[in-house]
Design a protein around this ligand. Structure first.
Ligand code: V47
Ligand code: SF4
Length: 400
């Protein structure tokens, strides 16, 4: 019997488990959908071991040991923003704008050009909202990137920016997303979702697009045959019912369009923002949240951990709690920088570091492109630098 099967068997034999939790476990093992009430119960009563075993069962059923990563780089056109989301360190800068940066199209192209010859497959563009970054700016930017490097996947902006620029330039969402597609936009990242429920959204992200508008822009994008991601910013002032409401809305839209690829839970970090007084969630709560996300979003292929925010060690553990994808800068050019409020003050890893992080917990690292086409299987790849450590990592006590 495999370890996963033993863990599941243990749950089913557990006489101390309440009847409702036993019933949910059976549903999950039979691939039946859990209800919002059952999701709520998992948040309230599901213990870490129970949730982990079930989420890992689903993860391995879908992906075996495969763990995906891609090589991308981030461009942030500006770190100044006219919105005032209380969890965000960018919002403070509007009052002292001179301390931030506001890149021109040429500045951004220069950043893109720095990666010429590097084996990156994706540029992720996201930042603050300012009036000069409008439909004209972004369509020219996407066209210019595509002209310079046609094979680079442009994953850019969120409904927060799109809602703002379409309103400002008086174009409908439908028209606007079609214009973006024609200009070269390949996919949309999952940001700006925060918590959809207005009771929380109005307090932490007032003024920017509503939950409904976020969902509608993704829906229109999916109807154009395109793909996107989704996130949830958790662990601040929301309650479990708001998380379930968020997950339920995503699940319903995914039933309708099938256009989401990946769900990324984002742990609220409390440094350098207006919510610094709100304590951060514990690691146990983080792991429970990832596991429940895997169980609830039965129509999402992938659950991703963004390691610069959650930390490498927790990301590694999450590979046994439903996560099958690890994201974060892989910088083989040794550029190091810091990121306020995140777990990692040096959020750059080499391909070798990331591959080894995945292999050390018995998983198979697969480099993918943005649309999950396999680029390279690193399971048995030998890096020159690792030759000397072979004996050490093969110790049974490490790999058990
Ligand atoms: O929308 C802002 C979040 C998001 C904080 O789609 C914070 O592949 C925690 O969406 N603590 C942007 N989170 C990042 C994002 C993302 C990241 C990686 C991959 C993908 C993808 C998307 O970051 C924002 C907001 O929800 N955020 N401030 C904070 N203090
Ligand atoms: Fe920060 Fe985005 Fe809110 Fe602007 S809209 S304050 S960048 S989270």
């Amino acid at each position: 019997m495999t370890l996963t099967a033993r863990r599941i068997d243990h749950i089913l034999q557990d006489k101390t488990l309440s009847a409702p939790l036993q019933a949910i476990a059976e549903k999950i093992l039979n691939d039946e959908r859990i209800t919002p009430e059952e999701g709520q119960l998992l948040f309230e009563k599901g213990e870490l071991g129970y949730l982990g075993a079930l989420a890992n069962y689903q993860r391995e059923k879908r992906h075996g040991n495969r763990t995906y990563f891609n090589r991308n780089f981030h461009v942030e056109p500006t770190n100044v923003c006219l919105y005032t989301c209380t969890f965000c360190s960018y919002s403070r800068l509007i009052k002292k704008r001179e301390e931030g940066w506001e890149y021109s199209l040429e500045d951004i192209l220069d950043i893109v050009k720095k990666y010429d010859g590097e084996p990156v497959t994706e540029v992720h563009i996201v930042g603050g909202v300012l009036p000069q970054y409008d439909v004209k700016f972004y369509t020219e930017l996407f066209k210019a990137i595509k002209k310079h490097r046609p094979d680079l996947h442009v994953k850019a902006l969120t409904p927060v920016e799109y809602h703002y620029i379409f309103k400002k330039d008086k174009v409908t969402y439908e028209e606007g997303m079609r214009i973006m597609k024609e200009a070269g936009l390949d996919s949309m990242p999952g940001g700006g979702a925060e918590i959809f429920h207005p009771e929380i959204r109005d307090q932490i992200a007032g003024g920017k697009c509503s939950g409904e508008q976020w969902l509608r822009i993704h829906e229109i994008w999916h109807e154009l045959g395109m793909r996107s991601n989704a996130t949830m910013l958790y662990g601040h002032i929301e309650r479990f019912e708001h998380r379930i409401d968020h997950l339920e809305k995503l699940r319903q839209l995914q039933d309708k369009t099938g256009g989401f690829q990946t769900f990324i839970p984002l742990k609220f970090r409390n440094q350098d923002n207006q919510m610094s007084h709100v304590p951060e969630s514990t690691v146990v709560e983080d792991m429970r949240n990832y596991a429940i996300s895997r169980l609830y979003l039965d129509n999402f292929d992938h659950i991703k951990a963004y390691w610069p925010m959650i930390g490498r060690n927790v990301a590694q553990m999450l590979l046994s709690f439903g996560v099958d994808d690890i994201d974060g800068t892989i910088d083989d050019t040794t550029k190091i920088y810091s990121m306020a409020g995140s777990e990692e003050q040096t959020p750059a890893m080499s391909t070798r570091d990331l591959v080894n992080l995945i292999r050390r917990v018995g998983r198979e690292p697969i480099e993918r492109d943005t649309l999950y086409n396999v680029i390279q299987d690193y399971t048995d790849h030998v890096f020159e630098e690792d030759e000397q450590f072979k004996g050490y990592t093969a110790l049974p006590v490490v790999n058990r």
